[in-house]
Design a protein around this ligand. Structure first.
Ligand code: PEP
Ligand code: MG
Length: 580
């Protein structure tokens, strides 16, 4: 199969889980052809449906016990909800009713699926859309079970030889487990975001994933060769021999680079002139915690706590949160973890929460604003963090702090939770450190007061840059318009570092900036000694820092900022080349 005339194509998308993979295109959804729609014997169709349901349920149970998945993590939760959905009485009854109206089992499944699709077509709620994907997944699985059972339906499944990359519009979480993980080299989706259920499972399996690839289904034909280059947010279809050679070289280079990074894993991130920098990880799933060991990072500089809230219909209660945070701390093995309280709202709408429909969600009712308006929610989260950190260090920070008063109010809740734990005779954390994220520009004009009150500041450079330049961080059209390496932005970053130092308040930076080599060097030159980034960046940043001196770079950066120099990026790159 595949287009023999080659016709190479590159499609851009959004990286969901990094990595590089190659294989033959396998369309995830084989089309099911139903031959008979009207039942000859209603009783018989009912029996067929029940038999298929039973077989499907046990096959799902078997799938979930696969060795490739760890026993703990949010992917478990996603999969367990899926199991419940597959046993949903309402759904099963609707199919039975459709059979009673005279349809075959296959036609009944199809009808109920179409009805559900139609009912949910206009839904924009992210969680419900995920559920819809799960439901589609289950209906398809049931159809396939029936198809393998008789002659009324057949699949047009096609499984190429060798390694596969899987292509789908969207996908339910359990379906991924149908494929042999040793042959699955990548996943590309037309839809799909980092919090899609399938993405959570793919991260647990460590498969490169790329989402939002427009035009993918139309372009990728079964059997085509495809490269999933999640590191660069692209897929290459039907690559020509030169691209294949490049891929092979990239994979070789990747292995070499990885070996180099592994070799410095246990060495400090220290520049040649002795400036020591703490490198930390950004995490959001329990499975991410294993990266601490692999990368040798010093700790978790940003734990985004929202994912468990995003995958659940119900708001996780204090016990559920406590268990999760305790597991995170346990897997950190004594290394510090900075928990960020719920950063919901914006593009992260919680299923368990009545978010308003807003014209400007990025500027709307979100993050700490929700926590301050609903103190019980924030306090429950803090309570769980206190319980999980008994006898340990608790580091907690608040997202989107816009005023010092907001920080005070939030900090007061920490104090209330401390008193409550004390009154209950609970073991308290050995230390509690409370920080603020610097990502809303207004706070820049009140940094002195904030730094005097906070235990640490963490620059969320993604949002800070977006709000300073009024440029949507997710807009592909704006992606290259503004460079963060400009005098205004560097001035701001320097001001934050200097103010923190003046007050003895630790300053860290946990946006994407920290994970890019030139930017990281500049940050260190500006005074940052603590950076937090994605796991994939730790090696390259450590290697870069270990091969450089900072002493002359900082003066040069200072000079560029003072001169309000244009083209800072090029000038710094040249400087680095001339001062190897
Ligand atoms: C940021 O804004 O830079 C940040 C680290 O937080 P998030 O990317 O989760 O908004
Ligand atoms: Mg942010």
């Amino acid at each position: 199969m595949g287009r023999s005339d080659s016709h190479p194509t590159r499609l851009a998308g959004t990286a969901i889980h990094g990595g590089l993979g190659i294989g033959r295109v396998l369309h995830h959804q084989p089309r099911i052809v139903i031959r008979r729609v009207v039942a000859e014997d209603v009783g018989e169709e009912r029996i067929r449906l029940d038999r298929a349901l039973e077989r499907m349920h046990s096959s799902i149970d078997r799938l979930l016990s696969t060795d490739a998945l760890s026993e703990v993590g949010e992917h478990r939760e996603v999969l367990e909800t899926y199991v419940l959905l597959a046993r949903d009485k309402g759904w099963i009854n609707r199919m039975r009713e459709a059979i009673d109206s005279g349809l075959t089992a296959e036609a009944a499944i199809q009808k109920v699926r179409d009805d559900t699709r139609a009912r949910m077509a206009s839904i924009t709620d992210a969680y419900l859309r995920e559920r819809l994907a799960d439901l589609e997944d289950i209906a398809l699985r049931l159809l396939q079970t029936l198809a393998s059972d008789g002659e009324n339906a057949g699949t047009e499944a096609y499984a190429p030889e060798g390694d596969w990359v899987l292509v789908a519009r969207s996908m339910g979480p359990a379906e991924l487990l149908d494929y042999d993980p040793s042959r699955l080299k990548g996943l590309a989706l037309e839809e799909g975001s980092a919090t899609a259920h399938v993405a959570i499972v793919a991260r647990a399996l460590d498969i490169p994933v790329i989402g939002r690839v427009a035009g993918l289904l139309g372009e990728a034909e079964p059997g085509d060769t495809m490269i999933v280059d999640a590191d660069h947010g692209q897929v290459l279809l039907r690559p020509r021999s030169d691209a294949l050679a490049q891929f092979a070289a990239a994979q070789g280079a990747r292995a070499e680079t990885r070996a180099r990074y592994d070799a410095i894993r246990d060495l400090p991130a220290e520049t040649l002139d002795g400036v020591r920098v703490s490198l930390n990880l950004n995490a959001g799933l329990l499975v991410d915690m294993s990266q601490l060991e692999r990368t040798g990072a010093d700790g978790i500089g940003l734990y985004r706590t929202e994912i468990p809230f995003l995958v659940r219909r119900e708001y996780p209660d204090v016990d559920a949160q406590t268990q999760l945070y305790a597991r995170i701390l346990e897997s950190a093995g004594g290394r510090p973890v900075t928990f960020r309280t719920l950063d919901a709202g914006g593009d992260k709408r919680l299923p368990s929460f009545a978010h308003d429909i807003e014209d400007n969600p990025a500027l709307g009712w979100r993050a700490l604003r929700i926590g301050l308006d609903h103190p019980s929610l924030l306090r429950q989260q803090l309570r769980a963090l206190f319980r999980a950190s008994a006898g340990l260090t608790l580091r907690v920070m608040f997202p989107m702090v816009a005023t010092v008063d907001e920080f005070r109010e939030a900090r007061q809740m920490v104090e209330l939770e401390r008193r409550r734990a004390e009154a209950n005779g609970a073991i308290l954390p050995a230390t509690v450190e409370v920080g603020a994220m610097i990502e809303v520009p207004s706070i820049l004009w009140d940094l002195d007061r904030l730094a005097a009150e906070a235990d640490f500041l963490s620059v969320g450079s993604n949002d800070l840059f977006q709000f300073l330049y009024a440029a949507d961080r997710d807009s592909p059209r704006l992606a290259r318009r503004y460079d963060p390496l400009t005098s205004p932005f560097l001035t701001v970053l320097k001001q934050i570092a200097t103010t923190g130092t003046r007050h003895g308040c630790r300053v860290t930076l946990c946006g994407e900036l920290a994970g890019r080599p030139v930017e990281a060097l500049i940050l260190v030159a500006l005074g940052y000694r603590n950076l937090s980034m994605n796991a994939a960046s730790i090696g390259v940043i450590k290697e870069t820092l270990r091969s450089r001196q900072i002493s002359n770079l900082d003066k040069f950066i200072e000079f560029l900022i003072e001169k309000n120099a244009a083209d800072i990026r090029n000038r710094v790159t040249t400087f680095l080349r001339d001062h190897p």
